[in-house]
Design a protein around this ligand. Structure first.
Ligand SMILES: NC(=O)C1=CN([C@@H]2O[C@H](COP(=O)(O)OP(=O)(O)OC[C@H]3O[C@@H](n4cnc5c(N)ncnc54)[C@H](OP(=O)(O)O)[C@@H]3O)[C@@H](O)[C@H]2O)C=CC1
Ligand SMILES: CC(=O)C(=O)O
Ligand SMILES: [Mg+2]
Length: 762
C-alpha cells in the first residue's frame, strides 16, 4: 500500500460511521418508566446520599472503580511533538479503545489546554472524584516528571505516566529476554539511549533497577550527549550524565555498545552507526510512528541483531500497549492507592515470562504466522494475546497487596482469574477445572494423525502444560520435518511408525480377528487394517499401551469411529455410542446430545442417549438437568417427532426416575425456567433452566451447535464420544489447535475415570 493510500485509510477509519473511536454505553436497563425513575430522579438521590456519607461507596454505586482518565496536554504526542491538546485526541481515544478491548476498562479521554505544570495539576486534581485511576499521556519532558510526581503525591488514586512507566515496563521485559537470547548479562551490557525525554529517562531508570551498571549507560538528547559539564539540563536528566571524554556523537557511543534504545525521533540512526556495535547487538527503536531506524534496514545491516520497534507491522513490537491496560486492571481491582515500583517490576517479570510460554494459535493466526516461538523475532508477547490480562493483572494485583498499597484484598485468586477472563468474554471456568483435573494425573494419549501441524502443535501444548504424555503415530520423517519447519518443541516424545511395527501389528491383528472373525474379518484383513493408524492407535489403547487416542482431524467422523468401535467396542451394559458437545456459553456450560452418531433415534435410543449424556455430564461435576427437545411443548403439537420424544420422556420417568429430565419441550422453554414455570408449572425443570439438551434427531442437534458456534455465542468443546469402553475421542474435521487441546484434556479425564480402581464394598 502506498503512503497516500495508508493516509486515506487512516482518515477513513476515523471518520466513517460515528466519528471517532469510542462511545458511552449504558449498563443498566432504561426502557421502562420505572427504570428511568431509578436511574435518574428521584431514585438516583439514594446512592448520592450514601456516597455523601461514605466516599468509598462511590465504588459500589458508580462507574468510578472501572473508569480511567487518559489525560494529555498534547505537548509530546507520539513522536509528532507539541501538536496541541485537540490534535492529541485521536491518540487518547485510541488509548481508550485499547483499555477497553484488552482489559475492559472504561475511559474518558481528557485533552487539556494546560501548558503550565500548575494548570495541568490543578485541572487533574479537579476531576479526581470521577475516576478510579489517571493515565497521563504524551506530556513532554521535563514537565511530565513534576506533573506525575505531584499528582502521585496529592491524589489518592493510582496515577501513571504511561510514556514513562508503561514503556519502561515493556522495554524492560523485552531487554531481559533479548539479553538472555543474545547471551549477555545485564550488569555487563553497554547501553546507549537516543532521547532524554519522558520515555527515555524512565526506561533508563528501569534498566538500572533491573541490573544495568550506571556507568555503562549513556544518553543523548537533541543537543548531543548528556554530560556532567552540561548546564542546560534539569536534575532528572543529569542523573544520567557521563564524564566520559571519548564520545563526541552517537556513532562514537555505539562503538562496542551492546544495546541501543531509541526513544527520540524517526530515522535518526543510520546503518553505519549499527556497524560499530558489539557482536549480537540489541536495538529497540521505539519512536512512533517511525522508528529511529527502520526494522528491515537494521536487520539487513546486522544479521546478528535482535531488533524491535514500537510498530505492530514488524516482529517484536515493544509498545506500552502491552502494559497499561493490564497494569491499571490489576491496580483498580485491588483499589491500589498508587502504582509503585513493586507493581512495575511484577509486570516486567510477568510479561517477560509469558513470552517463553507456548503461544496460542489464535495469536499466530491474528498475524498470519504459523507459530511464534521465543526467539530473536519473538522476544515479548503480542498485544492480542488474551493471556496478558491474567498474567500481568494478577501479578500487579499481587504486588500491590504485598507492598501494602491495596485497599482491597483478593481472597480467591482462581475466582479472580475467572473474572478477568470473563471481562474478555472468555468463560472457561469449566474447562479450567477439567484441565486442572487432567494435570493432576496426566495420561498417555496417542495422536493418530501426527503428520499434521495442528496435531503436533496441540501435542506440544499438552506436553508443555503437563496435561498429557503424547505419543505420535505416523511417518517419522514427515513428523520430524513438520516439527523442524515450525520450530515445535516435542523433544523426547515417542514417535511410532505403525507400518514398521510388525510384531505389534501381528499382536493387534490377532486380537481384532478374535473379536470379529464371525463378523466378516479374516486374519489377513485384520493384518491389513492394522497398518491404518486409527486401528493401530485404538489397539494401543485396547492393550493399555496408551490411555486414550485422538484422531479425526483429517478424515470424516464415520471413518474414524469405525476402528474404535471394532477394536474397543462399547462399555458393558451400553447398547450404542453417542456424541456430546459441551457448549461454553455466557450463561455457563450447556451440554448437547446426540450431535454426532445417531441419525434418527427411536424413543428407546433417545433414552440410551440421555443416560449416556447424564452420566458424562456428572463427570464434569455438573448436576444434569435434561430437556428433551422438540418443536412442541408437552403435547401441544401432534406429529412423529414430538410423539417420539414424549415417549422417550415417559420411558425415562418410568424406568429412570432418578434422572432429572423432562419434555418434550421447545428450546426456549428449556433455557428459560420462568417461562416454563408460568406455562407448565408441573415440569421437573421449572425451578431452574436446563443445562443439558437432548435433540430428537442428529440433524437438529448438529444445526443447533454449529449455529451457536458460528454466531459467536458459544465455544464448542467436543464431540465427546460416549459409550466406548476405552477413551477414543474424535475431533471434527478441520478443528483448531485449541479445539484439539480441549479434546485431549477431556480424553485424559475420561481415561482417569475409566481407569479408576474399582472400589469393593466391605
Ligand atoms: N514504543 C513505545 O511504547 C513508546 C514510544 N515512545 C516514542 O518515544 C519518543 C519520545 O517520546 P517521549 O519521551 O514521550 O517524548 P519527549 O518529548 O518527552 O522526549 C523526546 C526526546 O527525544 C529527544 N530528541 C528529539 N529529536 C531527537 C534527535 N533527533 N536526536 C536525539 N534526540 C532527540 C528530545 O530531546 P530534547 O530533550 O533535547 O528535546 C527528547 O529528549 C516518541 O517518538 C514516542 O512516540 C514513547 C512512549 C512509548
Ligand atoms: C506508544 C506511545 O505511547 C507513544 O508513542 O507515545
Ligand atoms: Mg504515548
Amino acid at each position: 500500500m502506498n503512503t497516500q493510500n495508508k493516509k486515506q485509510d487512516a482518515l477513513d477509519y476515523h471518520s466513517q460511521g460515528r466519528p471517532g473511536k469510542i462511545e458511552v454505553v449504558p449498563t443498566k436497563p432504561h426502557s421502562s418508566q420505572r427504570d428511568l425513575t431509578l436511574a435518574y430522579s428521584p431514585g438516583v438521590a439514594e446512592p448520592c446520599l450514601e456516597i455523601a456519607a461514605d466516599a468509598d461507596k462511590a465504588y459500589n454505586y458508580t462507574a468510578k472503580g472501572n473508569l480511567v482518565a487518559v489525560i494529555s496536554n498534547g505537548t509530546a504526542v507520539l513522536g509528532l511533538g507539541n501538536i496541541g491538546a485537540l490534535a492529541s485526541k485521536p491518540v487518547m481515544e485510541g488509548k481508550g479503545l485499547l483499555f477497553k478491548i484488552f482489559a475492559d476498562i472504561d475511559v474518558f479521554d481528557l485533552e487539556l489546554n494546560a501548558d503550565s505544570v500548575e494548570d495541568f495539576i490543578k485541572m487533574v486534581k479537579g476531576v479526581e472524584p470521577t475516576f478510579g485511576g489517571i493515565n497521563l499521556e504524551d506530556i513532554k519532558a521535563p514537565e511530565c516528571f513534576e506533573i506525575e510526581r505531584r499528582l502521585k503525591a496529592e491524589l489518592n488514586i493510582p496515577v501513571m505516566h504511561d510514556d514513562q512507566h508503561g514503556t519502561a515496563i515493556i522495554s524492560g521485559a523485552a531487554l531481559l529476554n533479548a539479553c538472555e537470547l543474545q547471551k549477555k548479562k545485564l550488569k555487563d551490557i553497554k547501553v546507549v539511549v537516543s532521547g532524554a525525554g519522558a520515555a527515555a529517562v524512565s526506561c533508563a531508570k528501569m534498566y538500572l533497577s533491573l541490573g544495568v551498571t550506571p556507568k555503562n549507560l549513556v544518553m543523548f538528547d537533541i543537543n548531543g550527549l548528556i554530560t556532567t559539564s552540561r548546564t542546560d539540563l534539569d536534575e532528572i536528566r543529569m542523573e544520567f550524565a557521563t564524564s566520559r571524554k571519548d564520545i563526541n556523537n552517537i556513532t562514537d557511543a555505539l562503538k562496542g555498545a551492546d544495546v541501543l534504545i531509541g526513544l527520540s525521533a524517526g530515522d535518526v540512526i543510520k546503518p553505519e552507526m549499527l556497524m560499530g556495535m558489539a557482536k549480537n547487538p540489541i536495538v529497540f527503536a521505539m519512536a512512533n510512528p517511525n522508528p529511529e531506524i527502520a526494522y528491515d534496514l537494521a536487520v539487513k545491516t546486522r544479521k546478528d541483531i535482535i531488533m524491535a520497534t514500537g510498530r505492530s507491522d514488524y516482529p517484536n513490537q515493544v509498545n506500552n500497549v502491552l502494559g497499561f491496560p493490564y497494569i491499571f486492571r490489576g491496580a483498580l481491582d485491588v483499589r491500589a492507592t498508587s502504582i509503585n515500583e513493586e507493581m512495575k517490576i511484577a509486570a516486567v517479570r510477568a510479561i517477560a515470562n509469558l513470552a517463553k510460554k507456548s503461544v496460542p494459535d489464535a495469536v499466530s493466526q491474528a498475524y498470519n504466522a504459523r507459530n511464534f516461538k521465543f526467539g530473536k523475532e519473538y522476544i515479548i508477547p503480542k498485544p492480542v494475546d488474551s493471556r496478558l490480562i491474567t498474567e500481568v493483572s494478577m501479578a500487579v494485583a499481587k504486588a500491590a497487596i504485598e507492598s501494602g498499597v491495596a485497599r482491597k484484598a483478593i481472597a480467591d485468586w482462581s475466582k479472580y482469574e475467572d473474572e478477568l477472563k470473563k471481562r474478555l468474554g472468555i468463560d472457561d471456568t469449566i474447562m479450567r477445572q477439567v484441565t486442572t483435573n487432567a494435570k493432576a494425573n496426566p495420561k498417555k494419549v496417542v495422536f493418530a494423525e501426527a503428520d499434521n501441524y495442528k496435531i503436533l502443535k496441540a501435542a506440544q501444548i499438552v506436553k508443555e502444560e503437563k496435561i498429557a504424555i503424547p505419543i505420535l503415530l505416523g511417518n517419522k520423517e514427515a513428523i520430524q520435518r513438520i516439527i523442524y519447519e515450525n520450530v515445535l518443541d516435542l523433544e523426547g516424545v515417542e514417535i511410532i511408525e505403525p507400518v514398521l511395527e510388525q510384531e505389534r501389528i501381528k499382536k493387534y491383528a490377532e486380537a481384532l480377528y478374535q473379536k470379529r472373525q464371525r463378523r466378516g474379518v479374516t486374519l489377513f484383513e485384520a493384518n491389513k487394517l492394522m497398518r491404518d493408524r486409527n486401528y493401530f492407535g485404538a489397539s494401543m489403547v485396547e492393550f493399555g499401551e496408551a490411555d486414550a487416542m485422538i484422531s479425526g482431524l483429517t478424515k470424516n467422523y464415520a471413518t474414524t469411529v469405525k476402528p474404535a468401535l471394532q477394536v474397543i467396542g462399547v462399555e458393558p451394559g451400553v447398547k450404542r455410542v453417542a456424541g456430546m458437545y459441551m457448549m461454553i456459553t455466557k450463561k455457563g456450560p450447556v451440554f448437547f446430545g446426540d450431535t454426532t452418531v445417531n441419525v434418527d433415534p427411536t424413543p428407546e435410543e433417545l433414552v440410551d442417549i440421555t443416560l449416556l449424556v447424564n452420566k458424562s455430564v456428572k463427570q464434569f461435576n455438573v448436576k444434569p438437568r435434561i430437556a428433551l427437545l422438540s418443536y412442541s411443548n408437552f403435547g401441544s403439537n401432534t406429529g412423529e417427532i414430538p410423539e417420539k420424544v414424549r415417549q422417550a420422556v415417559r420411558l425415562l420417568h418410568k424406568n429412570h426416575p432418578d434422572v432429572v429430565a423432562d419434555g418434550e419441550m421447545q428450546a426456549n422453554f428449556a433455557m428459560n425456567n420462568e417461562m416454563l414455570k408460568e406455562n407448565f408449572p408441573f415440569s421437573a425443570l421449572s425451578d431452574a433452566p436446563a443445562n443439558t439438551l437432548i435433540f430428537p434427531t442428529l440433524e437438529s442437534g448438529n444445526m443447533a451447535y454449529k449455529l451457536l458456534q458460528e454466531l459467536g455465542e458459544a465455544e464448542a468443546v467436543g464431540p465427546i464420544l460416549l459409550g466406548l469402553n476405552k477413551p477414543v475421542h474424535i475431533v471434527q474435521l478441520g478443528s483448531s489447535v485449541r479445539e484439539i487441546v480441549n479434546m485431549v484434556t477431556i480424553a485424559v479425564v475420561d481415561a482417569q475415570a475409566k481407569t479408576k480402581p474399582v472400589t469393593t464394598k466391605k
